[in-house]
Design a protein around this ligand. Structure first.
Ligand SMILES: [Zn+2]
Length: 381
C-alpha cells in the first residue's frame, strides 16, 4: 500500500519545529541541511541554494518527465513572542491530545513534513511517474519573500505544470490570493503661529481632505472568492504642537487588491487626484510606492485539481476559497502565470499565535490526499 503512516510524517514535523528558524533573524540553513540529509540518504536528488548568509532554499526532485509538479513551502517562522505564555515549549514539537504544538506547527512546517514524507514514499515504492515531483523549500517568506525571489534565479520553476503551496487552508482549496499595495503620501504645507493660521497652510487639514478624496475614488471591487478589495489608512503623522500650523504631514495607504484590479489603474487614479490637488491648493502632495505584491488567481481545470476535488468531496470537505494573506505564490506564479493551488493542513486561527498547534490527523490526511492524487494522475500507465 502506498500509504503514509503517522510515524512516517509526524516525527519529521516535530524535528522541524525544533530548528529555530525564527524570522527575523531568519537563519534557516540548519533546518535546510537536515531536510537535505534525510532526503539524500534515501537517494533523492537535493540541492541547497544559500542565497545569503545562513539563509537557504532547498530544491529536491523525484522522477523524470519534462514537466514538473512543484510542492512549495517556507521553513521560516515568525517569533514565538513571550515564550513564558506558552503552555508547551514552542521549539520542542510536543504532542498533546492529538495535537502537535510549536511555532510553525501550522505555518507551515506541517505541510513541509508532508512533502518530505511524500517524496520518501514515492522513492521507497519506486513509483514511476510521467512528471517530476519537485520540492521547493523557501526561506524569508515571513519577511519580504527573499527565498522565493532567489529561487526565480534558478531553473526550479521551469516547465512547471502545477504549483502547490502548502500554506494552512484547513484543507480547503484556495485558487485566489489578494495583492498588497502600500504607498505613502506626503503633504507639504507652510508653518505659521497657531494664533494666525491664515498665514500658513495646514498640512494636516490638507491631508485629511486628500484622505477623504482617495477613499471615495479608489474602487472597492468585489471578487467571488476574496470578497471586496479594502483600503486602510494605517498611519498618519505630522505637526509639532498645539500652537504651530503644521508644515508637513504624511499618511499611508494599505490597499488589499483583488485580481481584477490593475496597479496601473490605481497609480493613475492617485496621480490624477494629486495633480488636481497640487494645481488647486497652496499645499503640495507627493506619493511614493513602498511595497507591492500582485494578486494571483488560478482557473485551473487540470486533471490534478479535478482528482483532488473528487477526493475532498468524498470526504465531505470540498471547499473552494481565496486567501487574504500573502504567500510565495505572489512571487512564483506571475512570471509564467503558473497554475497553482494554495492547499495545506492547519487551522487559520492558529496563524502566528501563542500555543500554535496543528492536528496530527490532518497532517496525515493531507499527506495521503496529495500522495494518492499524484500517483493516480501521474503514474505511468
Ligand atoms: Zn506561512
Amino acid at each position: 500500500m502506498n500509504e503514509i503512516k503517522e510515524i512516517e510524517v509526524i516525527p519529521i514535523l516535530q524535528k522541524l519545529i525544533q530548528f529555530k528558524t525564527i524570522n527575523p533573524p531568519g537563519k534557516t540553513i540548519d533546518a535546510i541541511n537536515y531536510v537535505k540529509k534525510i532526503l539524500s540518504e534515501k537517494g533523492i536528488l537535493c540541492e541547497i541554494q544559500e542565497y545569503s548568509e545562513d539563509r537557504a532554499n532547498l530544491f529536491a526532485e523525484y522522477g523524470s518527465g519534462k514537466e514538473s509538479v512543484v510542492l512549495c513551502g517556507h521553513i521560516d517562522v515568525v517569533p514565538a513572542g513571550d515564550e513564558k505564555k506558552w503552555a508547551f515549549d514552542p521549539f520542542e514539537g510536543i504532542e498533546h491530545k492529538g495535537r502537535i504544538y510549536g511555532r510553525g506547527a501550522t505555518d507551515m512546517k506541517g505541510a513541509i513534513a508532508s512533502y518530505i514524507a511524500i517524496l520518501l514514499k514515492l522513492k521507497e515504492k519506486n513509483v514511476k511517474l510521467t512528471k517530476k515531483i519537485k520540492l521547493l523549500i523557501t526561506s524569508d517568506e515571513e519577511v519580504g519573500m527573499g527565498g522565493a525571489k532567489a529561487a526565480l534565479n534558478t531553473d526550479i520553476m521551469e516547465s512547471t505544470h502545477f504549483l502547490i503551496i502548502g500554506e494552512p487552508t484547513e484543507l480547503k482549496l484556495s485558487i485566489a490570493q489578494k495583492g498588497v499595495y502600500w504607498a505613502k503620501i506626503k503633504v507639504f504645507g507652510k508653518s505659521a503661529h497657531g494664533s494666525t493660521p491664515e498665514l500658513g497652510v495646514n498640512a494636516i487639514e490638507k491631508a485629511a481632505e486628500l484622505i477623504a478624496k482617495i477613499k471615495t475614488t479608489i474602487p472597492s471591487t468585489k471578487h467571488p472568492l476574496l470578497n471586496y478589495s479594502t483600503l486602510n489608512i494605517g498611519k498618519i503623522s505630522g505637526g509639532t504642537s498645539f500652537n504651530v500650523v503644521p508644515e508637513y504631514c504624511e499618511f499611508t495607504l494599505d490597499y488589499r487588491v483583488v485580481p481584477s484590479v490593475s496597479y496601473n489603474e490605481i497609480r493613475e487614479k492617485i496621480n490624477r487626484i494629486l495633480k488636481l490637488f497640487n494645481s488647486k491648493e497652496d499645499a503640495q502632495a507627493k506619493f511614493e510606492e513602498v511595497h507591492i505584491i500582485p494578486p494571483i488567481e488560478s482557473n485551473s481545470e487540470i486533471a490534478f485539481m479535478g482528482k483532488l476535488k473528487e477526493k475532498l468531496k468524498k470526504k465531505n470537505i470540498l471547499e473552494i476559497v481565496g486567501v487574504t494573506y500573502g504567500t510565495d505564490g505572489a512571487v512564483l506564479v506571475p512570471p509564467n502565470n503558473t497554475d497553482f493551488v494554495i492547499f495545506g493542513p492547519g487551522r487559520l486561527d492558529q496563524l502566528h499565535v501563542t500555543d500554535e498547534y496543528t492536528l496530527k490527523d490532518e497532517v496525515v490526511t493531507y499527506s495521503n490526499l496529495l500522495l494518492e492524487t499524484i500517483i493516480e494522475v501521474f503514474e505511468e500507465k
